[in-house]
Write a protein that binds this ligand. Structure first.
Ligand code: MEV
Length: 325
């Protein structure tokens, strides 16, 4: 029996969600919350995939046709990860049994890249367990396959940042560049607790752009320019300016139809408590928002979000992408 364990970080999109789907740049940061996946080989050909958070197990074999729980099973939330297991096993020439356990500190369906972090950690752990060396790029691309099953046609930003870590500016058709800043980015994440699907939110934007192409395209370009300005402000250490751009991004993406009253409430509450900037993060429609804070306003912003009756957590940059634990 061989075994391996790997973990990968969650992310927050600082600027440019949705626009990134249309090949505009987006600024994304890995944060200090991780998904962990433990893998071991086992006798026979049964693969069991267990999620501690969902308390669910999916059972399948690496052979394409054998999905023992079936597409209609209550474990369908785990089924997208079959692609990851099958792809890595294929690269390693392995067809035996596996035990895979997922343990995650990342809330799911909240815009923090939980599914990508699981896919990334799983690819890495499986590769190591089955004796093949996968690059960060390969790991990211394998995880992109499960992302496609979950979200439809995602930009690939979530799997990329989870694999590499750090703070990067990303453009779908061009790749990514790390961003260095003398400023420390301190965030409070407010969780609305409203579940939503990324695929549905992306479809909503597509609908707006189709119905109002000139206005829709302008808004998307505008968000792209906003990302460029945010990168410049970060490089120059102008954190107040970054804050103002984040808030501006909230209202622009709001105009595309993907905010939610619960998000807007938290944005207003944060700004009222002195946050430098605040916006939804990820697909919107519920999920999470972020507030950019400094030491002076941090506690007040945290309390203001909690007073709205939801959870708030502090988050910092994680320079570490996927790693073996
Ligand atoms: C999801 O984290 C961000 C979106 O821009 C979708 C995507 O990039 O695939 C809404």
């Amino acid at each position: 029996m061989t075994s391996a364990e790997a973990s990968a970080p969650a992310k927050v999109i600082l600027t440019g969600e949705h626009a990134v789907v249309y090949n505009e740049p987006a600024l994304v940061m890995a944060i200090d919350r991780r998904a962990r996946v433990a893998v071991s080989t086992s006798r026979g050909d049964l693969v069991t995939l267990y999620s501690q958070r969902l308390k669910e197990t999916a059972r399948f074999t690496l052979e394409k046709s054998k999905n023992l729980d079936g597409e209609g099973s209550r474990n369908r939330r785990l089924l997208p990860y079959l692609t990851v297991a099958r792809r890595v096993a294929q690269l390693a020439g392995y067809s035996g049994g596996l035990r895979i356990t997922i343990q995650s500190e990342i809330p799911s369906a909240a815009g923090l890249g939980s599914s990508a972090a699981i896919g990334v950690a799983m690819s890495a752990a499986l590769g190591k367990c089955l004796g093949i060396k996968l690059s960060r790029d390969q790991i990211s691309k394998i995880a992109y396959q499960s992302e496609r099953h979950i979200h439809g046609h995602p930009s690939g930003i979530d799997n990329l940042i989870s694999s590499y870590g750090g703070l990067v500016v990303f453009r779908k058709n061009e790749g990514f560049l790390p961003v260095k800043s003398p400023a420390r980015i301190k965030l409070i994440i407010g969780m609305t607790g409203v579940d939503r699907s990324t695929g549905e939110q992306v479809a909503k934007v597509a609908e707006t752009v189709k119905e109002h192409p000139r206005v829709g395209q302008l808004l998307l370009h505008c968000i792209g320019h906003l990302t460029v300005e945010t990168v410049e402000a970060l490089r120059a250490g102008k954190i107040e300016s970054v804050g103002r751009l984040l808030s501006l991004n909230h209202w622009l993406v709001n105009a595309l139809g993907v905010s939610h009253p619960s998000l807007d409430r938290l944005v207003y509450a944060s700004l009222g408590a002195g946050a430098l900037g605040a916006k939804l993060t990820g697909a919107g429609g519920g999920g999470c928002m972020i507030a950019l804070v400094n030491d002076k306003c941090k506690a007040a912003v945290m309390q203001a979000i909690q007073r709205e009756g939801v959870d708030a957590i502090p988050a910092r940059l994680s320079r570490t992408g996927v790693r073996f634990d």
